[in-house]
Design a protein around this ligand. Structure first.
Ligand code: SF4
Length: 949
């Protein structure tokens, strides 16, 4: 911790550490009397988004209860600051409607009837089913499906200890496209921009208010701005982020790559690129394009070929595609060139997650970094792998032997993550079944597209044997489970966290606050649920105990990985698990702890976070270790190999580690794309999204010449769809909401609880004089939803928008539901696969253990738009392309606010149309996917080959 003054002068509002055991504040409720309150302050880590900011829990010494959460000033990434969602943890832990005990369904699936059960019964039931499946060679019928991760590594360990390929995630509805764009360049699949030291920052999204690593990044963007950096934002909406920018570039959705390539053209044409960097650090000699082969040619010839290749991307062309003025494109390109190595950027969701080909903007954005030499630099673009700390643990299980086709099917060999949003369709096609299914803080019925197909899957007891929802809250998905298992919030569980938040590497330790304090006081507990509200547990202990239940006598070889490294044959405790990691795998932590007379575990329990290093720039230039060099071979292309695997690259006569790509350089030319049947995309390119104007015209039978059906399916509108065709932006976040978990945070719902349809005044006029508050019907390819209009100039014309995160609903009126955030609905299957939902009653005040629920003043929970969207798997990245082509009209006399209709037969047909765009494996040598591309919970190499391709 180098930056933080403990006397409070740097962050005067944060209590200094030496006062954390007895922090005194005046009781606000006793005012005007001066009544002192004494608190113990215990650090933990926020669980309300992936940023993992440091929280300080204020535990009232008189009652032993957590009274509030504020920022932990000792946390290097968040530096004592939080967004609204961090302090709202207090609402979540005291929520009167939360799940407190393990529950088992007592009626049909989805009937909403539950009885309390015990953790022991849960462990025995699942332990027996999973043991049988593994012993019968059906291990792939066990699946863990994570929504909010919020922990590092323990699940990989658990699943590999079980020997199964069973990890599923939400990533393909979140960030897969951006990841593919980045990893094709440098293996690392996420950027780590050094905003604080940048001279020019380009954001392709509302990153400042709601982005990935939101609060830690927002602080540093502002640090950069305060130090003189210019900020440009590409976003069709005038977001709060855009309103802070020097340049707002309201690109028509899906055209961002055209603008970025036009900027690249300006930099190339004006010879303002960093020639030394491009020459040394890209694989330009491998480039083959437009009949030009760089091998044996001069670097200057390569530059000429690039200029020729990108000649079509004139600023005028980019303006025509995107709507952004050509002179702004030229001006920002020149500013980026001037910033040079101090050019930082971020792209994560927005253009990447919304569009067919959404991986191309990331690839085009990286071209700007490569041209300016701003990769690995202070103030530039760094790699997530350089700034995120990954711990090591004892006795690591071997990789699993099998490959689960329900996770990584052959159609999408380049998908970065599991094709999770297609699971209902895969089961419908008869590709497999699931014996035991764990959903972990995951609510696909509500957060995924095509939620009714999920309901159909979750109800099917043939295809889905047993389902446990591990969740801190009731949810639309939990109601269709067999078990609902309560898991803790930020102050009720252990997890290790690290993210690429700034130019440094850190770890944070989430911990159960009450248990920590009581154990400090001399009490001893076997399990965290003994100190949490009700019997709320934590997953670390759940997985350890479930592993013992699967393999009680150790004969399956599973139990050994969940035995203590210190007490042979005894069950592992969380203290031992984390104690070993902190003792053995965090450089510098044991020494720092020792200086304070603490063990590393005590240090982490005391401070909650530790900065591992600030030495993070230019990791590619580190020399190859002597041990690696011994016995290595220098290949003709300059790559240093050992035992046939690349370990480094020669740069200016020095063997350095480079990047984890096949060329060990930044891959300007992707041979991988050529090898895997996409030769037209070996360079960064632009191709039109499924919601491009040409596709809109094609959908109503007015196909333009430049509509290319090879890359995009034509929309087949439902018979009753009427109205004007628009592009719907459905994925922008409201900064204070947290997917499902804001449902039990009353302060957050008080701030925002409505998601109207944004309509530009130009379009409002076209639609017949629409006014704010008018009822609109939005038709998707598979159904419709009905909501109010909001007429605003904060959105580019031709596009409508509706925010993510709202539209919660419940099928029970009062029991096992979150009443302050959801509408009570009538849900009916009116024909096979035809679902109708109508709101019976929206939010209103109610009696509960919390007197404030009687003061609920809002009467709207929003409208659930996502459930009316079909799946759109990008043929290359596998990402669900969220933007929707919709038809918009005024609602009719029979339509009511919140009405929803979906036909899942149509959604299956849309899935088939998109699947047909893919170019399936096998690739070279019968591979399922390239060996060099990362895979979550990676199996052994033999599993990458299709048997008898
Ligand atoms: S950005 Fe907000 S929600 Fe996310 S971890 Fe930080 S405080 Fe929590």
């Amino acid at each position: 911790m180098t930056d933080f003054k403990r006397d409070g002068s740097h962050l005067a509002y944060c209590p200094p550490v030496e006062k954390w055991d007895d922090w005194v504040e005046l009781d606000a409720e006793a005012w005007p009397r001066r009544v002192e309150k004494h608190y113990s302050l215990v650090p933990t880590v926020c669980f309300n988004c992936e940023s993992a900011c440091g929280l300080l829990a204020y535990v009232d010494k008189e009652t032993g209860k957590v009274a509030k959460f504020e920022g932990n000033p000792m946390h290097p990434a968040s530096r004592g600051r939080l967004c609204a969602k961090g302090p709202a943890t207090i609402n979540q832990i005291h929520d009167p409607d939360r799940v407190l005990y393990p529950m088992k369904r007592s009626g049909a699936r989805g009937a909403g009837k539950w009885t309390r059960t015990s953790w022991e019964e849960v462990l025995q039931t699942f332990g027996t089913r999973i043991r049988k499946a593994i012993q019968e060679g059906r291990g792939e019928e066990v699946m863990y499906h994570v929504g909010r991760p919020g922990h590092d590594f323990i699940m990989e360990r658990t699943l590999q200890a079980w020997g199964i390929d069973g990890h599923n995630s939400h990533t393909n509805v979140c960030s897969s496209s951006a990841r593919l764009g980045y990893l094709l360049w440098h293996y690392a699949d996420r950027p780590s921009p050094d905003h604080a030291n940048a001279r020019f920052i380009l954001l392709l999204s509302a990153h400042l208010e709601s982005g990935h690593y939101f609060n830690p990044h927002a602080q540093r963007i502002i640090d950069g701005k305060m130090a003189g950096a210019k900020l440009a934002v590409m976003d069709p909406r005038l977001s709060n982020t855009a309103s802070m920018a020097d340049y707002w570039m309201p690109t028509y959705p899906g055209t961002e790559a055209a603008v970025l390539l036009a900027m690249a053209k300006v930099i190339l044409d004006e010879n303002r690129f960093d020639a030394t960097f491009v020459k040394n650090w890209t694989n330009w000699e491998e480039l083959e394009v437009d009949g030009f082969k760089a091998k044996g040619q001069s670097f200057e010839a390569l530059i000429e070929a690039l200029k020729k290749h990108y000649a079509q991307f004139t600023p005028q062309f980019a303006e025509k595609e995107s709507g952004v003025k050509a002179d702004i494109i030229v001006k920002t390109a020149r500013e980026i060139a001037t910033a040079g190595s101090r050019f930082a950027s971020h792209l994560w969701r927005g253009s990447a997650s919304g569009n067919l080909g959404g991986w191309q903007p990331a690839r085009a954005l990286m071209l700007l970094h490569v041209l300016t030499g701003s990769v690995g630099t202070e103030g530039g673009h760094n790699l997530n792998a350089w700034n995120k700390f990954v711990p090591k643990t004892f006795k690591v299980p071997p990789p699993q032997k099998n490959w689960n086709e329900l996770l990584y099917p052959q159609e999408w060999p380049l998908c970065t993550h599991e094709m999770s949003f297609l699971l209902p369709h895969f089961l419908k096609e008869g590709r497999g079944r699931i014996e035991a299914y764990f959903t972990r803080v995951f609510n696909p019925v509500w957060t995924y597209p095509d939620g009714f197909s999920w309901i159909e899957m979750l109800r099917d007891e043939e295809k889905l044997g047993l389902h446990a929802a591990l969740t801190p809250t009731w949810s639309e998905t939990a109601w269709f489970a067999d078990y609902v298992l309560p898991m803790g919030f930020s102050s009720e569980r252990h997890d290790l966290m690290s993210q690429e938040s700034y130019a440094g590497k850190w770890i944070g330790f989430r911990q159960p606050v009450n248990r920590v304090l009581r154990e400090r006081g001399g009490e001893k507990f076997d399990y965290t649920y003994q100190t949490n509200p009700g019997e709320v547990w934590e997953e670390d202990e759940f997985w350890i105990n479930l592993s013992w239940a699967i393999d009680p006598d150790g004969s399956m070889g599973i139990r050994q990985y969940f035995e203590s490294p210190y007490r042979p044959g005894q069950k592992l405790t969380v203290d031992e698990y984390y104690g070993w990691i902190f003792d053995n795998s965090v450089p510098g932590l044991p020494e720092t702890a020792k200086k304070e007379g603490l063990t590393p575990l005590q240090y982490m329990r005391r401070y909650g976070a530790f900065e591992v290093t600030r030495d993070v720039y230019k990791q590619n230039e580190k020399p190859v270790a002597a041990a690696q060099l011994a016995g290595s071979k220098l290949e003709a292309n300059g790559v240093v190999t050992k035992a046939g695997k690349p370990v480094g690259v020669m740069i200016e006569d020095q063997a350095v580690v480079g990047y984890n790509t096949p060329s060990r350089k930044l891959e300007l030319f992707s041979k991988t794309m050529a090898d895997w049947k996409w030769p037209e995309f070996t360079l960064p390119e632009y191709y039109r999204s499924h919601i491009h104007r040409s596709a809109q015209a094609a959908s109503v039978g007015q196909a333009e010449e430049d509509f290319d059906a090879k890359y995009m399916p034509v929309v087949d509108w439902p018979k009753d769809a009427r109205g004007e065709v628009y592009t719907l932006l459905p994925i922008f976040r409201l900064p204070n909401l947290i997917h499902t978990r804001s449902g039990n945070a009353k302060f957050l719902y008080e701030i925002s609880h409505k998601n109207p349809l944004w309509v530009n005044p130009v379009d409002a006029k076209k639609l017949g004089g629409i006014r704010t508050g008018d009822l609109m019907k939005v038709h998707t390819e598979i159904g419709y939803f009905v909501l109010h209009a909001w007429v605003t100039e904060g959105l580019t014309p031709g596009v409508v928008a509706c925010s993510h995160h709202l539209g919660r609903w419940r099928i029970n009126k009062e029991d096992q539901v979150e009443r302050m955030s959801s509408a009570w609905v009538d849900l009916k299957e009116v024909g096979k696969g035809q679902w109708k939902m109508r709101q019976i009653e929206s939010v209103s005040p109610y009696e509960s253990a919390d007197p404030e629920t009687k003061r609920v003043w809002w009467s709207d929970a929003g409208v659930h738009q996502d459930i009316t969207f079909p799946v759109h798997p990008d043929p290359i990245s596998g990402m669900h392309c969220w933007h929707q082509m919709v038809r918009v009209e005024r609602a009719g006399a029979d339509d009511r606010y919140g009405d929803i209709f979906v036909d899942t037969n149509l959604s299956f047909a849309v899935y088939q149309r998109w699947k047909a765009l893919a170019r399936p494996a096998p690739g070279p040598g019968g591979l399922r996917r390239p060996l060099w591309i990362p895979r979550v919970v990676r199996p052994e190499e033999a599993a990458f080959y299709i048997k008898n391709p």
